[in-house]
Write a protein that binds this ligand. Sequence first.
Ligand code: ARG
Length: 267
Amino acid sequence: NTPAGSSDTPSVETTPAAVETTPAASVTTPAATGEFTTVEEGKLHMSTNAAFPPYEMTTDDGGFEGIDVEVADAIAKKLGLELVVDDMGFDAALTAVQTGQSDIAMAGITVTDERLEIMDFSDSYATGVQVVIVKEDSPIQTVDDLANAEMIGCQTATTGYIYCSDTPENGGYGEDHVTAYENGALAVMALVNGQVDAVVIDNEPAKAFVEQNEGLKILDTEFAVEDYAIAFAKGNTALKDAVNNALSELIADGTVQSIVDKYITAE
Ligand code: ARG
């Protein structure tokens, strides 16, 4: 992992916050100098699963919004590129970046040792933790009670699914007790409809889903805190370095925090 700002690639010129969508010809950006190439010239393709509020979700007019979308957009502008959001399943979003169909994957993706073997990650820009959503009147009232759940709903290929589907010896509940859903909203719908007894998902999306649906609540858990980062194809160091440079500037100048504050109100 390259510590922020310690990369030996030339650092990106700091431009004012309001950068134009199309790069001005006079601005020297990493993309313009051919430091790296992208899937489509002039564009930064981000694969994601846009059913994960407040990180990525669709807007009523068919666009995309959320913390990841806005941070990626700010990074793209610093690189002299236009952001293109490619929405798909979470596992497909990871595969797309590994196979070079997207430039980055950004989807509240947790950095794990297993994933580090097959893809590269930027510096972390946020953290999350897996939590448990149940119906308010559920017999499951603590994490220990999860062991009694007939069925737990998770999102396909996520850390929540990986923890829960592990064997009981390893702290999981066994594959037979976990159903994987295409996205978090579908898992929560299954909980509301009584098809699963609990949903294990990241904390901020959990809050959003509990707000959107009546009669649900979140249990306190002791899962480990996870680092979210941007994923790249393994070995795509030129793009990773450029993104890390842009990201560290956006963290340093408060842009990332102001995007987070826009979507997450302090408790
Ligand atoms: N943080 C979890 C993981 O990396 C879940 C991410 C799911 N993201 C999404 N956009 N659906 O496995």
